[in-house]
Write a protein that binds this ligand. Structure first.
Ligand code: PLP
Length: 387
């Protein structure tokens, strides 16, 4: 009998130690010991599948990776110190000088910066498509293109990219399809079902869920993950065992937390949609979302982020921020505490105004990561801040 998502998230755990602990302990150790010289030689020669050094693997990291693989339907994975370590290491491991990436314009600001400011140092160029222009992707593909990359929902505009369309294009052109699934979490969306080869998460967000630790992970097809692993065990971006332990525990409550995040976010989005001081609201499970049908096809619910614009431009937006009392003004998301962010002056401030607009961010765009407080209190705070 196959267990369900929620059961696996709790019951998939490391074997008990000789102490028969109920909850998995922390293996805070940099290295592991060997029985004798032959054991050590065979371990380093990879004739044995065992932990050697925590830059390569660690029991807590292994458990965290195994759980995410099960959730995403992936064969293998590697856990990183942050989401950006996962993004960088994955691209660095898979690309050669002269390779080309086709990516969505609406991606996380640091990822965009990596593609535009750093990868060109190694002669790796990127061409971009708009989230509403997936029909143009094929015209951007050249013989040098190796990776097709997107986020869905996007940060911060919560636009939706049709993963099935991307999967079909990637297969036709023999590209590696990589999806940053951070905004959905493995509970709401599994991109590999739609043809993704690799899935990346910033585990700092919904996976941690309480704003405590940074983490990242790349999971997917074993041959690709092996390349990522070989790059990473040399270059050292591994997740710390302590953070792996925290994140693995967090997965036990992922489903119940994300259900409530989504319930609260939908209620807030509906409230804002009817508010006279709001220009527009975007939330994947609002019928007014331009890709509502696609969201229904590929997601279980809409996620924790609602984007909107206050009428009156930047000045009205600033007043709104200064009037917030309960919610946090912070840059994280997916936390139990609701968070309000102004992407143009924070997470996406390194982009030019044109690049921001292309990524769907106006000067007045507000991003709310809807938390787990009572929805009445969240709405009351936003309502008073809107005046
Ligand atoms: C969609 C997305 N990808 C990647 C990252 C980077 O993750 P981290 O901050 O853990 O490095 C973030 C962070 O906000 C994100 O929102």
């Amino acid at each position: 009998m196959e267990n369900k998502f929620e059961t696996n998230a709790i019951r998939n755990q490391l074997e008990r130690s000789q102490y028969l602990e109920h909850s998995v302990p922390m293996y805070v150790t940099s290295s592991f010991v060997f029985g004798d010289a032959e054991d050590m030689r065979a371990s380093f020669a990879e004739e044995k599948d065992r932990n050697i050094y925590s830059r390569y693997s660690n029991p807590n990291n292994n458990e965290f990776v195994a759980k995410i693989c099960e959730m995403e339907g992936a064969e293998a994975g590697f856990a990183f110190a942050s989401g950006m370590a996962a993004v960088f290491s994955t691209f660095a491991a898979l690309l050669e000088s002269g390779d080309h990436i086709v990516a969505s314009k609406s991606i996380f600001g640091s990822t965009l910066n990596l593609f535009n400011s750093f990868l060109p140092k190694w002669n790796i160029e990127t061409s971009y498509f708009g989230v509403h222009e997936v029909d143009q992707i094929e015209s951007l593909i050249t013989e040098k293109t190796k990776i097709l990359y997107a986020e869905s929902p996007t940060n911060p505009g919560v636009d939706i990219v049709d993963l099935e369309v991307l999967g079909t294009i990637a297969k036709k052109h023999n590209l590696i399809l990589i999806i940053d699934n951070c905004f959905a979490s493995p509970y709401l969306q599994q991109p590999m079902k739609f043809g993704a080869d690799l899935v990346i998460h910033s585990a700092t967000k919904l996976i941690d869920g309480q704003g405590r630790v940074l983490g990242g992970i790349t999971v997917g097809k074993a041959d690709l993950v092996d390349k990522v692993y070989r790059f990473s065990r040399i270059t050292g971006p591994a997740l710390s065992p302590f953070n792996a332990w925290v994140l693995s525990k967090s997965l036990e409550t992922l489903a119940v937390r994300v259900d409530r995040h989504c319930e609260n976010a939908l209620k807030l989005a509906e409230y804002l949609e009817a508010h006279p001081k709001i220009n527009w609201v975007k939330y994947p499970f609002l019928k007014s979302h331009p890709k509502y049908e696609v969201a229904l096809k590929q997601m279980k619910a809409g996620g924790c982020v609602v984007a909107f614009e206050v009428k009156g431009g930047l000045e009205a937006g600033r007043k709104f921020f200064d009037s917030i009392k309960l919610l946090s003004l912070s840059a994280n998301l997916g936390d139990a505490r609701s968070i309000v962010t102004h992407p143009a002056s924070t997470t996406h401030s390194k982009l030019t105004p044109e690049q921001r607009l292309e990524a769907g961010i106006t000067e007045g765009t507000v991003r709310v990561s809807v938390g787990l407080e009572h929805i009445d209190d969240i709405i009351a705070d936003i309502s008073q801040a809107l005046g």
